[in-house]
Design a protein around this ligand. Structure first.
Ligand code: SAM
Length: 279
């Protein structure tokens, strides 16, 4: 395997002080930086005195850029991939490139840092042991509602990215699919001046946001508490008896696994229920 490396480098999601020293060092040392938008990233480069040349790699030219990047790696030159903000590939371009570079036999090295979804999750106060990241919801209401319906019984914390011009419409569709009582946290403008992390029952949260247009501005992560595991109980009361019996003898994970095999219910739902019953 060649010594040349493609570094996948996270950059700040607002506050430039979140740039890691390792990110600066790597970006200064590589031969070329593949950036989602070179003009946007020029400001970051200037701030950190990074003079490395950049080329654009975005959704529309990623495949064409691969040959050039693989060729440069073949000549022993290391490169870095960045996106406009946060971690590349997370609702950002880069997956096709990373896969191609690995397939060509070169090393891909992560240089971790910010990602809005992790920043939001660690401050939201929602269960974080298991979660689903859904990225951006579909732009059209029909498709959006269809997806949300499919997620309504999901017991894990749900995480979405949202833009200011769709935040109200998306929350309204969530209300229709998840109900007004579901607890939702909106994390807005993380690491920036107007950072706001607000959690309320969805009905109240929507009212609060409708009442303050400032809260509709900026960048958003929406986190939705998972459906209560009790729904499994409602589906089949017998499952609860089975689970309780197994919990008397077995650890939570094993009890939930066995109960799932006996009852045919989802293991994850039974696991959540088992955790609750164990207190
Ligand atoms: N790659 C990025 C990451 O690692 O988080 C995400 C890029 S995606 C194109 C941009 C979306 O991320 C925004 O529309 C918003 O939903 C979310 N986002 C990015 N920065 C944010 C911030 N400072 N506060 C809240 N959400 C943010």
């Amino acid at each position: 395997m060649s010594e040349a490396v493609l570094y996948v480098v996270a950059t700040p999601i607002g506050n430039l002080a979140d740039m890691t020293p390792r990110a600066v060092e790597v970006l200064q040392s590589v031969s070329l930086i593949a950036a989602e938008d070179t003009r946007h990233s020029a400001r970051l480069m200037a701030h950190f005195n990074i003079k490395t040349p950049m080329i654009s790699v975005h959704d529309h030219n990623e495949r064409q850029r691969i040959d050039r990047i693989v060729q440069q790696l073949g000549q022993g030159e290391s490169l870095a991939l960045i996106s406009d903000a946060g971690t590349p590939l997370i609702s950002d371009p880069g997956f096709v490139l990373v896969r191609a570079v690995r397939e060509a036999g070169f090393r891909v090295v992560p240089v971790p840092g910010c990602s809005a979804l992790v920043a939001a999750l660690c401050a939201a106060g929602l269960p974080s042991d298991r979660f689903i990241f859904e990225g951006f919801l579909p732009a059209k209401t029909g498709a959006r509602r269809q997806l949300l319906e499919a997620l309504a019984a999901e017991t894990r914390t749900l995480i979405f990215y949202e833009s200011p011009h769709r935040i109200l419409a998306s929350l309204e569709d969530m209300l229709a699919c998840f109900g007004a009582e579901r607890f939702v946290v909106v994390a807005r403008e993380l690491t920036k001046t107007f950072e706001t992390i607000e959690g309320q029952a969805l009905g109240e949260l929507l009212e609060w946001m409708r009442g303050d247009t400032n809260q509709q501005k900026g960048e958003f992560v929406v986190l939705v508490q998972g459906a209560p595991a009790r729904e499994a109980e409602a589906l089949d009361p017998e499952a609860l008896r089975v689970l309780d019996l197994l919990l008397e003898e077995l650890p939570v994970k094993q009890a939930a696994g066995l109960a799932a095999r006996i009852t045919g219910l989802k293991k994850n739902a039974l696991y959540q229920l088992a955790l609750e019953r164990r207190g």
